[in-house]
Design a protein. Structure first.
Length: 404
């Protein structure tokens, strides 16, 4: 006897198929994202040391990161809107290919200026991949679980920091930079496979408007300004910490592997992202956002105490990781809540460009100030900024300061 499927049965079947498709695509996406994040975090934290090996100085160590992020900012004005109009897949493929092949150019760079040219090529990957991947995570997230899914996505970045820089420094110490470049290339090729098999959902585009018009719409949305302020502070802090903390610890402490700090930083980020998505989904984004900014400030201030009290290394890395990870992931979820779907990638591209500007400024300005007042005093002064802004934002309810 043939069974007749009711409308309810068909609805449940469609929901099961949708959930299965979502799980498969998220698995593929997260696999590719994790590999890209490992290559990105390893390059970001070790290339400043490679600049010194090539005969450069601390200023040039910061400069190559600054040019990398400034290049990504310009390129993202194209790739962000492209992901909203043509879909997420094209920028993802471009980005993962660039991240795979850039280590070969690092390998061939015989001086600092050739390395900087390679970093400009590397910036294509950053511009194309990051906002498209985070937008796709939001596309695939079930209703009312955006914060949880974005936090899960950010956990991958923290995991990459946990294993990438520390493992890279071990490889470089034992086998040299050439081996690391080759291994990064092979790992990047592996990352292309899951992205190639990824199926992205179709997007509904309201109207055909220019990339600049989309970016202008996002910029003029005053609801987003308070989020920009907190995330921009995180960008400044990330730029300074990831560029100079390894140099600082290796020069002024007896710690044999300064990558341990970044492992603690990453572990703090993982711990935070395990809970901040659920917390912000339940209690609201603002409730989680500003306390995270305060923790970030406390963590960075404590870096200056590591030479006198090495045990501060673990505490500082954890606090900084918790603060920056919670600030960024909660801020991204907050933005996704406020913007429409066909402006999602553009909005995330805009805020990631803001982050990149601030990372570049943080790296560049910190390199200058460290030459004037020293690395220790620079870390202490930098930590005061998010601490003060976070406290003021918590105690004031002014819409002019806190947004809407």
């Amino acid at each position: 006897m043939l069974s007749v499927k009711t409308e309810t049965d068909l609805t449940l079947l469609n929901e099961e198929q949708l959930n299965r498709s979502r799980q498969i695509n998220l698995t593929l996406l997260f696999s590719g994202v994790f590999i890209v994040f490992i290559n990105f975090s390893s390059a970001f934290t070790t290339l400043p040391l490679y600049v010194l090996k090539l005969g450069g100085n601390e200023f040039q160590s910061g400069l190559q990161n600054t040019i990398f992020f400034l290049s990504a900012i310009l390129l993202r004005t194209y790739f962000g809107p492209l992901a909203d109009t043509k879909g997420r897949k094209i920028p993802l493929i471009i980005g993962v290919f660039v991240f795979a092949t850039a280590p070969l150019l690092f390998w061939l760079s015989s001086n600092v200026w050739l390395l900087i040219l390679a970093r400009i090529y590397h910036a294509i990957g950053l511009a194309a991949f990051f906002s498209s991947s985070s937008s796709l995570v939001a596309d695939l997230a079930p209703p009312n679980k955006t914060g949880l899914f974005i936090s899960s996505y950010r956990i991958l970045m923290s995991l990459s920091l946990l294993v990438g820089p520390a493992g890279t420094l071990i490889i470089i110490d034992r086998y040299g930079y050439s081996t690391w470049f080759l291994m990064s290339f092979l790992l990047g090729l592996l990352g292309i496979l899951p992205i190639a098999f990824l199926k992205t959902p179709l997007l509904s585009v309201r109207e055909k408007i220019s990339s600049w018009a989309r970016l202008k719409t996002v910029f003029l949305d005053r609801r987003l300004w308070t989020i920009f302020r907190g995330i921009n502070l995180a960008g400044v802090c990330i730029g300074a910490v990831l560029t100079f903390v390894v140099i600082y610890i290796s020069r002024f402490t007896p710690v044999e592997n300064p990558g341990i700090y970044l492992s603690c930083y990453a572990f703090g980020g993982i711990s935070a992202n395990l809970i901040n998505g659920r917390l912000s989904d339940r209690f609201g984004r603002r409730t989680v956002f500003w306390p995270a900014v305060i923790l970030m400030g406390l963590g960075i201030m404590s870096i200056s105490f590591i030479p006198q009290w090495p045990q501060f290394l673990i505490l500082s890395g954890m606090l900084t990781g918790i603060g920056t990870a919670s600030t960024v992931s909660t801020g991204f979820a907050w933005i996704i809540d406020l913007v429409e779907e066909d402006l999602r990638a553009t909005s995330l591209a805009f805020i990631e460009s803001n982050i990149d500007i601030c990372i570049a400024l943080g790296s560049f300005i910190f390199g200058i100030t460290s030459g004037w007042i020293g690395l220790s005093a620079s870390f202490a002064a930098l930590g005061v900024l998010p601490l003060a802004v976070g406290l003021v934002s918590l105690i004031t309810k002014s819409s002019l300061w806190n947004g809407f």
